[in-house]
Design a binder for this molecule. Structure first.
Ligand SMILES: Cc1cc2nc3c(=O)[nH]c(=O)nc-3n(C[C@H](O)[C@H](O)[C@H](O)COP(=O)(O)O)c2cc1C
Length: 534
């Protein structure tokens, strides 16, 4: 299928609408030819009708249209992508559309429904059209109808139209979570179109939904324009800076999603204490809305201390939040858990349902090793059997839990060590060797991109996205290093214990260290980020 994507936004590659069109195209799974009308020379049709009289099928104007017409004729599918301008198409697109006239014969024919049309000179009966458009208002009604109808008449049949209000939200970095979710539906629409030529009800409904409720959107948009209009002539004036900060927070409050609250009964009081300009605001969010209040009127849930510029840079994605915290660009006091929900509360991120899909479980990694360690010093045969059973049990655990690469490496290593034990070789060295291998796994992974403990604890800290958070990774790197060193030390300790009268209890005694380390880990993974934050 030859697909022609006509980008008619005067913003060219920076178009909001183009993001949707690209998502749709990626769902189609076809190679796309994209034309940016903005970069083409397209004169206005002069209405001379030479293309119907003196030079049939050819326009007398000299510009880029002849090659664009060739592309148009060749296309099996034309994706029209442009913003809504004054309830219709931008003049760029209209100029292009008017210049399609040479493709038609002058004489008129009548459709079955009685309407009139000019037949085409080329066989375009199988050609399909998809219209993708975004607009600035939050409404479809009294906004998109004229354009939608015009395209229906133009294409001669019902066509797929993706008409998305609140289009400017696609360029707000802080709302990427929300807009990306919408783009996923558009991409799905592309896939469905490739299969059936239309969109499913489910996708159509998802595409009908507004990105942000009307009230919030208007508040956000108005705050945005007020921010731009606000007295930039005197950016050094304290009151002006304070006004800017307030408008910015109003925009942030308009993005508020109460689903980010840990319980629906909870009230969030996020205190923003700006050092420059020196002013404090409270964002007070309940189960419905969030409002901005100046000053300190109530006890806060969480207090963030920073400069307005730093906060703005973080919100606009110019600074990575966790990294900025590590660099001391802002401090957090009070309930730190709010920071983990910021993307949902104010960033438009869709909360992940609590039980979606399989989750990792550290016990899957530990059980085969513990089975081996406890029984091996008592008797190699028991140790071998316990190791094999532990591996089998945790492999079956794969039906319930997501197995990580480390689970599989661990199971393979324990299986190998168990077989060696069952063969009666390895003797006294085997327990120490097993601690050494286990310790090395942790120690080496702390040197890699994702430290071992992060593979398991990320579930509690936002899933995959936690792996992009430098503070989360740093905390886990330290924890993983701690566990690695502990188990490396346990190799010689096991060796010494095996020479002592407590030989048979080596495995049990050696669980004291990990038990204490487990308690320390649970405390450290909460304490360390807080320490960095304040
Ligand atoms: C000249 C002009 C006219 C516009 N007319 C409308 C309109 O009638 N209705 C509307 O909702 N938005 C209107 N908008 C807003 C755009 O449709 C909106 O900003 C769109 O998301 C821009 O998309 P783009 O980035 O793909 O160009 C207009 C914008 C401009 C510049």
């Amino acid at each position: 299928m030859k697909v022609l994507l006509i980008n008619g936004s005067p913003r060219g590659e920076k178009s909001n609408t183009l993001k949707l069109a690209r998502a749709f195209a990626s769902g189609l799974g076809e190679t796309i030819q994209q034309v940016n009308l903005k970069e083409k020379s397209i004169n206005h049709c002069t209405g001379c009708f030479s293309c119907w009289s003196k030079t049939p099928g050819k326009c007398v104007l000299k510009d880029d249209m002849p090659s664009l017409l060739e592309d148009f004729i060749r296309a099996d599918l034309v994706i029209w992508s442009f913003p809504l301008y004054y309830f219709g198409m931008p003049s760029l697109v209209k100029a292009f559309m008017d210049r399609l006239l040479p493709l038609n014969h002058p004489h008129m024919e009548t459709r079955e429904d009685g309407s009139s049309y000019h037949p085409t000179r080329y066989n375009l009966s199988a050609q399909k059209h998809v219209l993708i458009s975004t607009c600035g208002f939050p409404d479809r009604k009294d906004n998109f109808e004229a354009l939608s109808k015009q395209f229906e008449i133009f294409s001669g049949s019902e066509m797929v139209q993706i008409l998305c209000p609140e289009g400017e939200l696609f360029s707000i970095e802080a709302l990427k979570g929300k807009t990306d979710a919408y783009l996923t539906h558009v991409e799905k629409g592309g896939r469905e179109f490739a299969q059936s030529g239309c969109l499913s009800h489910e996708t159509s409904n998802a595409l009908e939904a507004l990105l942000v409720p009307v009230g919030n959107f208007k508040e956000m948009a108005n705050a945005h324009w007020e921010l731009l209009e606000s007295p930039s002539a005197s950016p050094e004036k304290r009151e002006d800076k304070e006004k800017q900060a307030e408008l910015f927070l109003r925009q942030m409050a308009a993005c508020y999603n109460p689903e980010g609250l840990s319980s629906p009964k909870e009230e969030l009081v996020l205190e923003m204490a700006f050092s420059d300009p020196d002013c404090t605001f409270q964002l007070v969010g309940d189960k419905e809305i969030c409002r901005v209040e100046k000053g300190i009127s109530r006890p806060c849930t969480t207090r963030i201390e920073t400069s307005y510029k730093n906060w703005r840079d973080i919100s606009e994605g110019k600074l990575q939040g966790a990294q900025a915290m590590m660099d001391g660009l802002y401090k957090v006091k009070g309930d730190f858990a709010v920071m983990n929900s910021m993307d949902v509360l104010f960033g438009g991120k869709v909360p992940t349902p609590p039980h979606s899909g399989k989750k990792t479980n550290m016990n899957i990694l530990l059980i085969p090793w513990i089975a081996l360690w406890v029984f091996l010093p008592i008797n190699p045969l028991w140790g071998g059997i316990a190791g094999v059973l532990g591996c089998t049990l945790t492999a079956l655990g794969g039906f319930r839990y997501k197995l990580t690469g480390w689970d599989r490496i661990g199971q393979s290593a324990v299986l190998l060590l168990s077989l060696i034990a069952l063969l009666g070789i390895g003797g006294m060295y085997l327990p120490s060797l097993s601690y050494l291998i286990f310790g090395l796994m942790w120690f080496l992974s702390a040197r890699g991109k994702v430290p071992l403990s992060a593979c398991y604890s990320s579930e509690k800290f936002g899933g995959e996205s936690a792996l992009e958070n430098p503070l989360f990774l740093k905390t886990n790197r330290m924890i993983t290093d701690g566990w690695g060193i502990l188990y490396l030390l346990m190799a010689p300790i096991a060796w010494l214990l095996l020479q002592s009268p407590f030989k048979a209890y080596t495995g049990l005694i050696n669980q004291i260290g990990p038990l204490l380390m487990g308690i320390f880990t649970a405390w450290f993974q909460k304490w360390y980020p807080r320490r960095v934050a304040c």
